[in-house]
Design a protein around this ligand. Structure first.
Ligand code: ADP
Ligand code: ZN
Ligand code: ZN
Length: 801
């Protein structure tokens, strides 16, 4: 008899060990480790992963249940992945099932159909299979299941005659967009006659006349004429236009890619690459910190290292922070390696992501460029792993499993004996500290690849501007510089450090902003839909006409920071063509690429945007960068605030003067004396590193101390507070003396999705008891507290506190 050890997916009362199930005789050859199965668990069948197979079981035979259904004929998780899951479970203290799920594309968790595709010679198939493939090369696997022919099918798969494909059932309806078709000129005239006292409607109709008959996006119309959608609806009701619905197709924005060849490396690049290649040659795991200023040619090193891996028939993973934001980066990989590259990012649909994953799994590509989760790309012979902009916080997952891609990269590097490159102009403090200690090998690029000078950075004291009577968002200096660029026909990038800004609705009489009913947070104003939304729980409501607190009608909308800036630019420089890039203007798929391309073609003079323009932008005609307010990220309640500000300033400054024309940068600030700002002027990392390390040492923060965060939530505030108190008590009495336990305190958002949140922060230097104590606490939680509705989470190495 054979038994499968199965990790089951039960979310209500998760269990965290494999259970034994009997493998029915006829499936013995079918079920492998790494396959998914359905197994009886309690009253129903649940999804499970086979993590092992054995000849015996400790469970008495009469009690053991049998596997109910086989979901995969080939393993979808390799032996490596199963081991990695176990490691993740211990490393991040999560359920093994969470670790297994995170490695798979969403499609394998969704509903899908399996098909057997004939790829070999049909006459070589077992005779019971042949009839199925007489007329078709693609047959639903359910048919073989019914006919009890799975075993033969599996043999055919093993013999390479048949391929199993999963097809995701797309969620029924086709996607549609609502557009507006403008009526004929005569009709517009008629409607205009009817309107008496509505100047906005009249202005709108005036505007529409040159577009008679055209089909336009409603948002674009409202934006162009600066009216609300209610005004638009008003004229549509009167017959000036009509709404039409158009179907949108899956359109993963494609464009022609021009092949590029290796560049001749500079000496610095050559030295760095040589060390990396050495590790590849000796098949040695070595972690490199490639510390190179912006524009020093780190990417070219990645490309040539990958080329080496491919030449050895090995594969490469390249992680970039949220890749959909940096189309230029993806293009560089595609232009070098063409079809060998798969791309994975959050902008793809479930089906598209699955397609890319499949290419990797089947060995059809050699390189994946992707965001965090691409670190789990199912390659089987990795030759190199690269994390670009390794300091980015998006590499840490904030839900279970709370892993850091850097740690997973190093684990996989060890598994395959291959190097890992961490690249950055402004490495995370921890990373640089490790490189200095020799844990990582430090490779430094001090010069720009094409020996362009770094841009000249000016720090502008906005307090002085205010004293001089300038109340606008632009300092005199920045205005002058912008004007100069406009006159010379060069381009400028204006960066709004958006955190701290958001669009909301405020009562001018009592000062109340409209709050989410489920979370302790203000609702965000979405101008084009005329709605208020919660970005945390998805709650939506219409804008109230009167203040919910004092019933005043004096309600004011504050648009996003970028909208305000755009309006101001328009007043100051009416001749400027501005491209605004923020969450509002880039909601549609592919809009990012399109906007960046347009800017690259010189279709705008000024690119205005948020964080999303800070990275990867590389155009020769950009000679000016303006940071409108550097301070916003400095005052966040986060011990990394100074580090993040320095990183951001360096990143943004790096967008200017990357090619022949020299660049200039203006950083506007109310705290020019802060070292994070002052030191970003010279863009020298090391003085900043030393200064910040000193601050961390004094305040007792990483990398001198480690942090762990335990969070307790409950629907009832009293319960949440009580159990958080118990957690603190438990930690204090079980951890060593010199470990400090801070809390319980309320989390920075005290209530989220109707759950109250408390937390305890653990600060420690060396504490061998930490993991055992936390595991003990979790045991207590899983066996008793969970029944009372408590949710407890542990984050080792939290990014936000
Ligand atoms: P980083 O990734 O360090 O910011 P990039 O790789 O983007 O730097 O390089 C900056 C610019 O220099 C790019 O336009 C790139 O094509 C160019 N470049 C890089 N290496 C070389 C080289 N060895 N010779 C000439 N140009 C180079
Ligand atoms: Zn009010
Ligand atoms: Zn909410």
């Amino acid at each position: 008899m054979k038994f499968a050890q199965v990790i089951v997916d039960v979310s209500a009362y998760p269990v965290d060990r494999p259970f034994d199930y009997l493998i029915p005789k006829e499936w013995e050859e079918l079920i492998d480790t790494g396959c998914r199965v359905k197994v009886p668990f309690g009253p129903r069948n649940v999804l499970g992963f086979v993590v092992g197979i054995s000849e015996e079981s400790d469970v008495p035979v009469e009690k053991i249940k049998a596997v109910a259904q086989v979901l995969d004929l080939e393993s979808i998780l390799t032996v490596e992945m199963l081991e990695l899951a176990k490691w993740l479970k211990h490393q991040t203290i999560c359920y093994e099932i969470d670790a297994l799920q995170v490695m798979l594309p969403g499609a394998l968790r969704a509903k899908y159909e399996k098909y057997a595709m004939l790829i070999g010679d049909a006459t070589q198939l077992a005779s019971e299979l042949q009839p199925y493939f007489e007329k078709a090369t693609k047959v639903n696997v359910a048919q073989f299941e019914k006919a009890n022919a799975l075993k033969s099918l599996k043999q055919a798969v093993n013999a390479g005659l048949v391929l199993i494909e999963n097809e995701v059932k797309q969620k029924g309806q086709v996607k549609q967009v609502r557009k507006v078709q403008i009526a004929s000129l005569e009709q517009l005239e008629v409607v205009q006659q009817q309107i008496k006292r509505a100047p906005k409607q009249i202005a709108l109709i005036e505007w529409m006349k040159p577009y008679a008959g055209a089909i336009l996006m409603p948002d674009a119309i409202c934006e162009a004429v600066n009216v609300t959608s209610a005004v638009l609806k008003g004229v549509i009701d009167k017959g000036a236009a009509e709404y039409i619905h158009e179907e949108v197709y899956r359109d993963p924005y494609t464009k022609e890619i021009v092949h590029t060849d290796n560049l001749t490396l500079t000496d610095e690049q050559h030295n760095a690459l040589t060390k990396i290649k050495q590790a590849m040659e000796e098949q040695r795991q070595e972690t490199f910190l490639l510390h190179g200023i912006t524009g020093s040619g780190k990417t070219e090193i990645y490309l040539q290292a990958i080329q080496r891996a491919i030449a050895e028939n090995k594969e490469a993973i390249v992680l970039v922070p949220e890749i959909s934001l940096t189309p230029q980066m993806t293009e560089r990989f595609k232009s070098r390696f063409g079809d060998e590259v798969a791309v994975m990012h959050s902008g793809l649909s479930v089906g598209e992501k699955y397609d890319e994953w499949r290419k990797i799994q089947q060995g059809k590509v050699k390189v994946v460029v992707g965001a965090r989760s691409a670190i789990f790309a199912p390659f089987k012979n990795l030759g190199i792993i690269i994390l670009d902009e390794e300091h980015e916080s998006t590499y840490k997952q904030e839900d279970s499993p709370r892993y850091h891609a850097r740690d997973v990269a190093i684990w996989r590097g060890k598994y395959y004996n291959c190097p890992v490159i961490l690249g950055s102009a402004t490495p995370a403090l921890e990373t640089y500290a490790r490189a200095k200690k020799g844990v990582y090998t430090l490779l430094t690029l001090n010069n720009r690849a094409k020996s362009q000078a770094l841009p000249t950075v000016h720090i502008v004291d906005m307090r002085e501007e205010l004293q001089a009577g300038n109340r606008s968002m632009f300092s005199q200096q920045l205005m002058a510089a912008l004007l100069e660029r406009l006159e010379r026909g060069e381009q400028a990038v204006l960066f709004l450090n958006r955190r701290g800004y958001s669009s909301f609705v405020l009562c001018r009489d009592c000062g109340t902003s409209v709050q989410c009913p489920n979370c302790d947070i203000s609702l965000t104003y979405h101008r084009y839909q005329e709605k208020l939304k919660c970005h945390y729980c998805g709650h939506e409501e219409y804008i109230p006409e009167t203040c919910p607190e004092c019933q005043s009608e004096n309600i004011r909308y504050f648009g996003t920071g970028t909208q305000k800036v755009e309006e101001e630019i328009f007043k100051l420089f009416p001749q400027a063509r501005v491209l605004r890039m923020d969450v509002d203007t880039t909601r549609q798929k592919g809009s990012h690429e399109k906007m960046l391309d347009a800017f690259g073609r010189g279709e705008a003079d000024i690119l205005l945007g948020t964080q999303m323009i800070a990275k990867g932008l590389d155009f020769p005609n950009i000679t000016l960068v303006g940071v409108l307010s550097a301070d916003t990220s400095l005052h966040l309640p986060d011990y990394r605030a100074a580090e993040k500000t320095f990183q951001l300033m360096t990143q943004v400054s790096g967008r200017a003067g990357r090619h022949d024309k020299p660049g200039e940068v203006f950083i506007q600030t109310y705290t020019p004396e802060h070292y994070a700002i002052e030191l970003s002027k010279e863009q020298h990392y090391t003085p900043f590193y030393e200064r910040e390390m000193h601050a961390r040492h004094t305040a007792g923060y990483p990398p001198y101390y480690y942090l762990a965060l335990v969070q307790v939530t409950h629907e009832d505030v009293v319960m949440a507070a009580e159990y958080a108190g118990r957690v603190a008590e438990y930690l204090r009495s079980n951890l060593s003396f010199d470990v400090s336990v801070i809390g319980p305190t309320t989390a920075s958002i005290a209530r989220l999705q109707n759950r109250y949140r408390y937390q305890c922060l653990i600060k420690y230097k060396i504490e061998p008891k930490l993991i055992p104590v936390l595991l003990q606490l979790i045991k207590l939680y899983r066996s008793e507290w969970i029944k009372k509705g408590i949710v407890l989470t542990v984050d080792l190495d939290p990014q936000m506190i």
